[in-house]
Design a protein around this ligand. Structure first.
Ligand SMILES: Nc1ncnc2c1ncn2[C@@H]1O[C@H](COP(=O)(O)OP(=O)(O)O)[C@@H](O)[C@H]1O
Ligand SMILES: [Mg+2]
Length: 324
């Protein structure tokens, strides 16, 4: 990617918070192309919100370079703030104001004329399905509606890069779909969208590319498809078996030696009887074999599931831990 194509760029970004024994962000380097939907995926505490904080000038980095829309954030924060917007993980709407006033205030802050503020606020409330709630106070809205107001507010100054921290955490499934539709539509209109999430399905569904973070570092970066294709096998078989730990260990090794099984994973913090097999073979005949081998090892099957491998499998493969 040339710098003209980069909407977001970080180089060797480090953030230490005072009195912490390790950095929250620990040498992060990545670029987001213009018009891309990019996801920062990782468990709680991975450093996602801190990264978004730095990229939106709200957190001062300890070291490293950051630019948004080609503007160096550390040199010209004001110009960068004109080009970007952020939908925070927390509800930071002004509860004393109506929905409409929340949007107008944001427009005022960004120096829009009174006519322009009214025009944009009206249009955005319409687009977000909130036109009939314009006069309502924040507290009268559902969580899903409040999230939509936050997105509408962020769009008041027509940013070219939108950061959304955990777009759907705490939302009901219907509101979640609405938010996904809006983010996809913005993307279709050429806005660069950067989301953070700990939800692998969300990342796989929305993002062109995903950076997987752990302990402040990027441990993988690619399209969701390439990340899951990097796993050994096209199908994942989840097993829950009963048996003591030693038996399950021997069983895991035996399953790993079965023809067609390319890998056997068990997450470090998973309960002992949970195994995931990765296979390129047709899972139906393989399952019969697997059940037989489990029986031979004196273990009992409690649950079996066959699925496509997910970003969660990628995370477990890279870290040995589950993401949640
Ligand atoms: N304001 C802060 N002061 C001190 N430590 C913080 C602060 N914000 C975050 N941290 C710590 O930094 C690490 C990364 O946090 P965060 O960026 O919120 O991760 P994520 O969004 O991936 O959950 C965590 O260990 C968290 O406790
Ligand atoms: Mg966070």
């Amino acid at each position: 990617m040339t710098s003209a194509e980069e909407a977001v760029r970080t180089r060797d970004l480090v953030k230490w918070y005072p009195k912490r024994d390790r950095p929250a962000v620990d040498g992060l380097t990545f670029s987001v192309a213009r018009g891309e939907i990019f996801g920062l995926l990782g468990p709680n505490g991975a450093g996602k919100t801190t990264t978004i904080g730095v990229l939106t000038t709200r957190v001062v980095p300890t070291e490293g370079e950051v630019s948004v829309g080609g503007v160096d954030l550390l040199r010209d924060g004001a110009e960068a703030r004109r080009r970007l917007a952020v939908v925070s993980q927390h509800n930071n709407l002004d509860r004393g104001l109506t929905i409409h006033q929340n949007l107008l205030m944001h427009g005022l802050y960004h120096g829009l004329s009174r006519t322009e503020r009214r025009r944009r606020a009206g249009g955005l409330l319409e687009e977000m399905g909130l036109a009939d709630r314009a006069g309502a106070k924040v507290g009268q809205l559902s969580g899903g509606q409040q999230q939509r107001v936050k997105i509408a507010r962020a769009l008041m100054h027509e940013p070219s890069v939108l950061f959304v921290d955990e777009p759907s955490t705490g939302l009901d499934p219907q509101s979640r779909l609405f938010v996904y539709d809006k983010l996809t539509a913005l993307h279709a209109h050429g806005v660069t969208v950067v989301i953070t999430t700990h939800d692998m399905e969300e990342a796989a569904r929305l993002c062109d590319r995903v950076g997987i973070m752990d302990h402040g570092r990027l441990i993988a970066l690619d399209t969701p498809k390439s990340l899951t294709a990097s796993l050994p096998g096209g199908t994942a078989v989840d097993l829950a078996v009963d048996g003591d730990a030693a038996r399950v260990r021997v069983l895991a090794a035996a399953l790993g030696a079965e023809p067609g099984v390319s890998a056997v994973e068990s997450g470090q913090d998973d309960p002992p009887g949970r195994l995931t097999l990765h296979t390129t073979a047709d899972p139906t005949p393989l399952l019969a074999r697997v059940l037989h081998v489990i029986g031979e090892h004196g273990c009992e099957v409690r649950d079996v599931g066959v699925r496509r491998p997910s970003l969660e499998d990628v995370f477990i493969r890279l870290t040995g831990r589950g993401i949640r």
